[in-house]
Design a protein around this ligand. Structure first.
Ligand code: PLP
Length: 381
């Protein structure tokens, strides 16, 4: 069996998405900025894609800006807001993806004061601390993700949005791991910015978008031509944009069934791991399904000599997944998320992340392989 359990890193392209993209790789090659027929045809495809995405998240088409990836959208929102609005204070958490964390730290180097929100040992954010920070710094750029890519924690972005709105703060939420997996409605959610990255929901790599609430003027990050209404220069990734919209459309169309299927796989994984491996635990809030992204399961394995070779051993058994460990020494910086949670560096961590294409048989196979490894020699606890 050859199993792919690394869907939080990237997902396989849906064949329906490929079909939608192919005409723009084979025939419709015009530059969307050209005013002749070849260009206009391609421009129309981009604008249709924008309308599709806007409709799905209940936004206006003009609020969608296409980017090269989620990271660029995060950077655009942060640098754009801070520079355009002259914000001097930012709030984030130590658990953010580097696309946000390093961006906020770059802004700090440029003079912005940066505060980190407190969280508990499971990674739950302390929203009372957010209120406290905003009470003394009302005009702040707040960047807090919807779901954590390593441990799967879901943050209550509705509550965070309300708090930010009360304090007139600008709220950006990195929704890269939840776009296409949960329904976002920007009329309900009080966020100024949301982010999508196509390759996380069976679209192509190299294309994403920023939802930018109307009236939220921000300076462009990339300068040059007048594409994207002067907000993002550079000839558009046309087939990528077409694929992005198609992938999001399919994700919304099939969301309920996929959510049920994948949550079922995750529950099965947890139950089987508990049954097969003594001392197995789950990082973050995995065990509480209402607080955890259904596609991600972060497994914490008991201290063992096998932990160092965990990923390698799974890989030679044709199971692709991600590792991550808390810091063991200066040479091994480890996962910044697990370190921030204060995880025991002697425990092993693997992240299984699932998609609509995974099956119960694959879960059983992965658990069997893992259990075999741990049975090879007595655990040294
Ligand atoms: N934010 C989160 C939470 C992610 O998981 C990722 C990718 O893993 C990114 C941002 C970056 O997205 P991209 O790969 O499109 O740059």
């Amino acid at each position: 069996m050859n199993v792919y359990f690394d869907n939080a890193a990237t997902t396989p392209l849906d064949p329906e998405v490929l079909d939608a993209m192919l005409p723009f790789l084979q025939n419709h090659f015009g530059n969307p900025s050209s005013i002749h027929g070849h260009g206009r045809q391609v421009r129309a495809a981009i604008e249709n894609a924008r309308k599709t995405i806007a409709h799905l998240i209940n936004a206006a088409p003009a609020e969608i800006v296409f980017t090269s990836c989620g990271t660029e959208a995060d950077n655009y929102a942060a640098f754009g807001s801070v520079s355009t609005l002259g914000l001097t204070h930012g709030i984030t958490s130590a658990l953010e993806h580097h696309a946000v964390l390093h961006t906020m730290q770059a802004l700090e180097k440029q003079g912005m004061q940066l505060s980190y929100l407190r969280h508990d040992a499971q990674g739950r954010l302390d929203l009372a601390h957010l209120e406290e920070l905003l009470a003394t710094h009302p005009r702040t750029f707040v960047s807090l993700m919807h779901a954590n890519n390593e441990i799967g924690n879901l943050n209550d972005i509705a509550a965070i949005g309300d708090i930010c709105a009360q304090h007139n703060a600008v709220f950006h939420t990195d929704t890269v791991q939840t776009m296409g997996h949960y329904k976002h409605d920007v009329q309900q959610l009080k966020a100024n910015f949301l982010v999508g990255s196509a390759h996380k929901f069976h679209g192509p790599k190299g294309v994403g978008f920023l939802y930018r609430r109307s009236g939220q003027t921000v300076n462009a990050l990339i300068h040059g031509g007048s594409q994207e209404r002067n907000q993002r220069a550079g000839t558009e990734n046309v087939y990528g944009i077409v694929g992005l919209a198609k992938a999001l459309e399919i994700a919304y169309r099939d969301m309920a069934a996929h959510q049920q299927h994948i949550q079922g796989l995750k529950d099965r994984f947890m139950a089987k791991l508990r049954a097969e491996i003594d001392g197995v635990e789950f990082n973050g809030t995995s065990a509480e399904s209402d607080q955890s992204l259904y596609t991600v399961l972060s497994v914490s394995l008991p201290p063992s000599d096998l932990n160092e070779m965990l990923l390698f051993n799974l890989d030679i058994n044709h199971i692709s997944c991600s590792g991550g460990s808390a810091c063991t020494s200066g040479a091994n910086a480890g996962s910044h998320v697990l370190n921030a949670l204060g995880c025991d560096p002697n425990r092993g961590t693997i992240r299984f992340s699932m998609s609509k294409y995974n099956t119960a048989e694959e879960v059983d196979y992965a658990v069997t392989q893992l259990a075999k490894m741990y049975r090879k020699e007595p655990l040294k606890v």
